[in-house]
Design a protein around this ligand. Structure first.
Ligand SMILES: [Zn+2]
Length: 296
């Protein structure tokens, strides 16, 4: 039962200019072929309580003796290059401006106090990543709108389109009560969020799939649970498909053992279902490389 709902952001949203829903079966028929996307992943160091990242009450975690601790994790930006459409990011990495001047970029008091921003240790800031590519950034595909995924936004030019899952702006989480102003500030002055569209009932073993560039090279997969509109992505590279799970699974141990995240989620049942669907998908495609939400 939901008594109170708070949107992640009141920033406006519209249907994405890119992408069309396709069946999961159609996607799975293509992804084992080599594709044209170049992908690299850049991580900043961070840490978080394991109780958020992993359900330590799960019988497997109890059996493994996992107890509360701080867990070293990463905050990722995935650099995607498409031969025709150019340079995109999946999630945003970390901006130095956010770490050094959270007030200045609009982070609210609760996230400054409890968000762990001071522990974000950039190896390569988002500004560095964009500069290194040497071409304009054409868009950012978000897995979801949480601070550790939008933390690079202050380095991203204001006119760059931001793509999210449908209804991500509506995601209702009590934490949003405290975080909404921060997300609004980070998105201020930007165009409406572009929502990737999914259609249920097209068949296959996933909740929804979108062929983002329309050429079978890059797919968005609807994976609700962590947030309502959470999206995972598959990029088809010359060496095979790369799955970016986002926060369907934060940790390596959670993925290997099939144990869902801990307190960092909106709804547990869909979260478990999304994790199982992605694990089954990766097992059907043994060459798939899996990049998890916050660990290698
Ligand atoms: Zn996260």
């Amino acid at each position: 039962m939901k008594l109170l709902t708070f949107k992640a952001t009141t920033h406006s949203a519209k249907s994405a200019r890119f992408g069309a829903p396709i069946s999961a079966a159609a996607m799975e028929a293509r992804i084992d072929e080599p594709g044209p996307i170049e992908l690299k992943t850049v991580g900043a160091n961070w840490e978080a309580p394991i109780t958020g990242l992993l359900n330590i009450k799960h019988p497997k975690a109890v059996a493994a003796g996992i107890t509360d601790r701080k867990e070293p994790i990463k905050i990722y930006a995935h650099v995607l290059r498409h031969p025709t459409y150019g340079f995109f990011l999946v999630d945003t990495g970390v901006s130095r401006k956010l770490v050094e001047d959270p007030v200045g970029v609009g982070v609210g008091m609760m996230l400054r106090k409890f968000g762990g921003i001071e522990k974000m240790d950039t190896q390569q800031t988002t500004a560095d990543i964009i500069a290194a590519e040497g071409v304009p950034l054409n868009g950012v595909f978000m897995t979801h709108l949480h601070l550790d995924h939008v933390s690079g936004l202050p380095d991203i030019p204001k006119d760059v389109p931001i793509y999210t899952g449908a209804d991500e702006a509506e995601a209702s989480l009590f934490l949003n009560l405290f975080a909404q102003s921060t997300y609004n500030n980070l998105l201020a002055g930007r165009p409406p969020l572009e929502e990737l569209q999914f259609e249920k009932g097209l068949g296959g073993k996933l909740e929804g799939v979108n062929d983002v560039f329309g050429d079978g090279s890059f797919f968005a997969i609807l994976t609700p649970g962590h947030t309502t509109g959470h999206v995972s992505y598959i990029a088809c590279t010359p060496t095979g498909p790369v799955l970016m799970t986002g926060d369907v699974c934060h940790t390596r141990w959670g993925w290997d053992n099939g144990v869902e995240p801990g307190t960092y989620m909106q709804e547990r049942e869909p979260s478990i279902k999304s994790l199982n669907q992605l694990k089954d998908l990766s097992e059907r495609h043994p060459d798939m490389i899996v990049r998890l939400g916050h660990q290698e």
